[in-house]
Ligand binder design. Sequence first.
Ligand code: CA
Length: 794
Amino acid sequence: MAARRRSRLLAGLVGLAVLAATAVAAAPATAADAYDDMRTRWVERLTGGTGFDPAAAPFAAQVAVVDAAAQTAWDGLDLTQPEIWSDLDTATTVEDITEAYRRVSVMALAFRTHGATLEGDAALAADAVAALDWLETHRYSATTTPYGNWWHWEIGTPLELHRAMALLYDQLTATQLADSAAATAHFTPSVTLTGANRVWKALVVAGRGVLVKSSSMLSSARSGVVPALQIVTSGDGFHADDSFLQHVKYAYTGGYGLSFLQNLVDLLALLAGSAWEVTDPAVDNVYGWIENAYDPFLVDGALLDTVRGREISRATFGEHDAGKRLIQTLVTLSEIAPPAEQAWLKPLVKEWIGAAVVRDPLASGPLYVLSRGTALLADSSVIARPALVAADVYPDMARVVQHTGTYAAAVAMTSKTIASYETTNGENLKGFYTGDGALWVYTDDATQFSEDYWATMHPYRVPGTTVDTLTRAAGSGAGYLPTSSAAYAGGVESASGLFAVASYSLDAWNSPLVGRKSWYLFDDEIVALGSGISAAGQTGTGWNGAPRAVQTIVEARKLQATSQQLVVDGTARGTTTLVADTVADPGWAHLAGVSGAGELGYVFPDAAPVTFYRQTGRTGAWNQINTLVGSSATVTEDYLSMWIEHGSSPSNAGYQYIVLPESSQAQTSGYAAAPDVVILASSTTAHAVRESTLGITAATFWGAGTVSSGGSPLLTSSAVASVMVEDQPGGGYAITVSDPTSANSGTIQLELHAAAGAVVSASPGVTVTQTSPTVKITVNVAGSSGAPFRIVLG
Ligand code: CA
């Protein structure tokens, strides 16, 4: 556990806090020097400064990249033609105007990069300045009428232009500076809009303020960003539970949220150490987001796809690429943060860099990140933080994530406020079930969800989901929000912070399918329970050619090697042949990893058939899921799937299985023979599991009801609830409860059928009615938005 992790118990209240407006400081007497200092530090962050040996590894290679990119841009520049770069159409395509300025920035970067071949090349700088003049004269000035995508006029182009201006500052005349500044002021005169766009606007205004030495611009940028730092209670932005939403109803911490964070860090860095540093108390939220919104979703350098929305369908920007960008951003933040924040950020970033096994976060990036990151790794006074071990529930984005130290897992659900999946601009056309109770298990197989996973995975077989086999058109059901009061998603994390319950009441899109699904994430197992699975009146033929039916997908794993043997109850099922077999009542299954890493065990406690399917050579193409940027090239992967058939028009069907990530075959068969868990209930009243070795009873109540053990009542709830009861080492209990419906405007009355001692601690909103002979508590969950409440009894 990180030492500084914050409790979410009062998260709902924190979200209501009103933060004081910031006073605007007057510019200091030495203002002119201050602007030059800010610009100097800005250029250092762009170029990496001079604190590295450009001839030595690992810097030489990156300096060469800077040189090569600049040379390419320079070679293509032709100021005598109607288009300054012949492959661009800056006359009618605003995206190409941004690209043209980016190329000028690339040229300017080499001009200023320590040890670059082109460093200080006067001809290069002269051409870069000439290109700026050409663009200002022909394409982007204070009198230009915009067309097309507003974002480029108001944000994309000014950011690139300001970057070029900062790098070429000493080469520009006062008139050139003023004209370019007037152009960006024409399109973005002040800080407006919300969320990431507001941060971008503040960055535009701040950058211009530095370049034209305007105290008022810097002040307005500083105060203008503050609204974007606030916690929101609905819609886009960071919520009190550290969920990040974009487009109102999508979990986007690792997509739009990452862009937001990147630009915010750029802005904080630009203003850091100046008279215009952002000092509003709301800036503290940023550090909370690092701990509570990002750290839990970063697994071995991957920023999990389950919070990246439609970006999962981009072949060249997978979860390890997003993670790399996050880590690079944090290298910068850990440099410019106040000392108290640096004290924990640097150990965190050091651990993140070391754990990123697929993409080196320092390579192929800015020299500043490479230089500062290399120094961080070499600094023996900074001890890398231990790997995160924690479970986190995000009711506002219907996500639960856990790191056990051995593996990580994430559950993605849909609720009345969080949609199943997003598709737009032809992206993510087959993410149909990625939010329908998906269980993503991250083992040492670090590229399981990378490489060509999304282009080849079976869109109807998302692990964890219970699905109608109806045929889906590309993009169908995107943005779906169930409206039934029986549709909700939430959960609760343990008092220890290590374990979690995910509770999901499914109401499927365009289908009569409903079901009650829950997951119990313990120390070395994930228990998955389903009940009330009904789909009255299914008709027609499913995607598989069989009559439409309902299936629960236990697994759909990309195979990394043909040697990955599937074994069911001790019998090998072959490694190279296509196998589709249904086992009447398997006790357990085991899928081998590669060299012992990434193996998985599955235990099936109830008597039910399971179908196993090994598909070698499953083909796809990225443009089948992303027509915007996807390639038509055929890609191929092998898969091992397993599922439970519930038949056509099932009524009150169910399932039980346990996933044992990174368990050997012997461990799996041993667990099946003597499991750590007892499944106490899996009905439409409640799901409940007792984890004996941990001393935890975890439950989801789907309404008022009682869970019994051995014929004796154990736990009673008056309403829908996610519950964890942890035996305390010295006796007594820690009880954590939440309202996964986020709609209960009253109370949850909970009775633990055991006696306890005195109250040790209790969240606001929890009332203890009695502690003996049973424990009775009343939790006022009105307005709690699924947040947890806790009471500890001696
Ligand atoms: Ca266990």
